[in-house]
Design a protein around this ligand. Structure first.
Ligand SMILES: C[S@@+](CC[C@H](N)C(=O)[O-])C[C@H]1O[C@@H](n2cnc3c(N)ncnc32)[C@H](O)[C@@H]1O
Length: 297
């Protein structure tokens, strides 16, 4: 179900009152501001609904699953998954995003989804007590890259332990640290591979003024850069799971649903060849950027 004009107008309205209250697109009136607005109104939701959800449905099944989502944002992924799973509970650290997500769910008349604001330091305890019977899926949609290095390891380990055998972890749209170009945050080549101490000094070269200004002003520059987003690689996943990645990955981002939204680029092909030549024994999807995985326990 793509957005009807009435749903679109309700979602635009709620986003303007919440997530974009301080910075509505007409204030800066740049192409980038309008594209970001359109992304939150429609594009993210439709990509999730028309590509990501069918991919998970086909490779691991979604019907009947109780999903816990970390980083539900303005609710695009929550709303898309809700239409194919039994129920979904999203957790999010940003209150205005959560208000926007509630408005979106309401506009779409989705009744099997809820979203809760959490503090990152207590998020896992909250999830544990809210879901005493566990869950059948953990959704990490464009979120791991915004976590600190410690947070992402703790979250992946906890998600793995939280699931019963047969449960799935779905990782979507996470930039790969091994990608040659960091299109997510700095828009600079090889930036994702830099140790954070160097990255926070080198970031001044980024063409993104807002990123440079925020980093200059930040007391904890590594934390600020983490919140903007830094890539992951297979290393975090190997550390977090107690089984070889080959044994647990059931979809790796080379499937047609994902290639349709992220066509394979030259640097990904080169990395894939390098994995083969050097015997890097992980699923080839770890050569893709962004990373998109379904992992089954
Ligand atoms: C790029 S958005 C993705 C939102 C949504 N999943 C979607 O696809 O539209 C990433 C979200 O993760 C949230 N986030 C960042 N760090 C987090 C953390 N440690 N725990 C939970 N959410 C976090 C951000 O506030 C942001 O809303």
């Amino acid at each position: 179900m793509t957005l009807s004009p009435a749903q679109r107008s309700k979602i635009e309205d709620v986003l303007r009152r919440t997530y974009y209250a301080e910075q509505p697109p007409e204030k800066t009136d740049t192409e980038a501001a309008w594209a970001d607005f359109e992304d939150h109104v429609r594009v993210r939701y439709e990509q999730a609904l028309l590509h990501v959800v069918p991919w998970v449905e086909r490779t691991a099944g979604l019907a009947g699953r109780r999903v816990v989502e970390l980083g539900s944002g303005t609710g695009s992924s929550t709303a898309a998954f809700a239409q194919h799973c039994e129920r979904i509970h999203g957790y999010e650290i940003c209150p205005v995003s959560t208000a926007a997500a509630r408005g979106r769910l309401d506009a779409l008349e989705i009744r099997n989804a809820e979203v809760t604001v959490v503090d990152p330091s207590t998020m896992l305890d909250t999830i544990g007590s809210n879901h005493p019977d566990g869950a059948d899926a953990v959704l990490l949609y464009a979120v791991l890259e915004h976590m600190t290095f410690n947070e992402r390891l703790v979250v992946l380990e906890a998600a793995w332990k939280f699931l019963e055998p047969g449960g799935i972890i779905v990782v979507v749209e996470t930039p790969n640290r091994l990608a040659y170009f960091d299109s997510h945050t700095s828009q600079l080549p090889f930036f994702g591979m830099l140790p954070p101490e160097i990255a926070v000094r080198y970031v001044d070269r980024s063409p993104r003024r807002q990123l440079v200004d925020e980093l200059r002003a930040a007391d904890d520059k590594v934390l600020k850069l983490s919140r903007w987003g830094l890539g992951l690689s297979y290393h975090e996943f190997e550390l977090a799971f107690d089984r070889p990645l080959r044994d647990v990955v059931v979809a790796d981002g080379y499937e047609e649903e994902i290639v349709a939204i992220y066509p394979v680029e030259k640097d990904e092909e080169l990395l894939r060849e390098y994995f083969a030549e050097c015997g890097v024994d992980v699923p080839v999807g770890f050569a893709r950027s962004p990373l998109n995985f379904v992992v089954r326990k």
